[in-house]
Design a protein around this ligand. Sequence first.
Ligand code: ADP
Length: 217
Amino acid sequence: MNRIPVIIFLGVPGAGKGTQALRLSNEKGIPRISTGDMLRQAVQDDSPLGRMVQAIMKDGRLVDDETMLKLVQDRILRPDCRNGFILDGYPRNMQQAGQFERILQPHMDVRVVKIEVAEEDIVKRIAGRRTCPKCERIYNIYFHPPGKDELCDADQTPLFRRDDDLEDVVRRRIETYQRETRPLIDYYGSKQVLQLVNGSQNSNLVADQILRAVDLN
Ligand code: ADP
């Protein structure tokens, strides 16, 4: 059986995981699965899941591991994942990494990309971040502004700022990352599936480096 790539993005909030995961997804024709986007959609739809996670997300805390496992498990069974997929936001702690490993199929080839960014860049990146609710394109009013006001270049939809991108919540999300997610770097490093990419350079260079790191054809 052909091996299929499972690409996991790691990096502190604001490192550029979402932007780069979308680029890689378009380039390679495999889906980007953003657990943050899935949860935000659930909140917007006011579904039972959305009602359960809304307050947790607003606080910058993590949703429980069982809920996340179920969400990801259902998603990767969908047919668009049959040639591989990109995970953006999962796994996010050691427990999730262990649970995820147990649902992997033998022909799945895990590669982990960690995007590294200097801490001083992070706040500006997050404070300037704007997203198109329609096509999910990500902009930054400082570094990558849309052509006109705060409208999406592709479909003219007004861009929005995430509730959890406000400064004190960002700080909490960074703390959560340091405590819960950072241990995954050593974990995947010891499995020799980890690649480090310099996320402080221009976005095109980051994208090139990621392409080489995941070595997909
Ligand atoms: P970030 O920019 O912090 O990486 P995301 O869009 O990935 O933001 O996630 C936003 C929020 O969604 C998180 O702060 C958390 O509450 C929740 N979330 C997303 N993925 C997970 C996960 N794998 N486990 C637990 N909570 C998650």
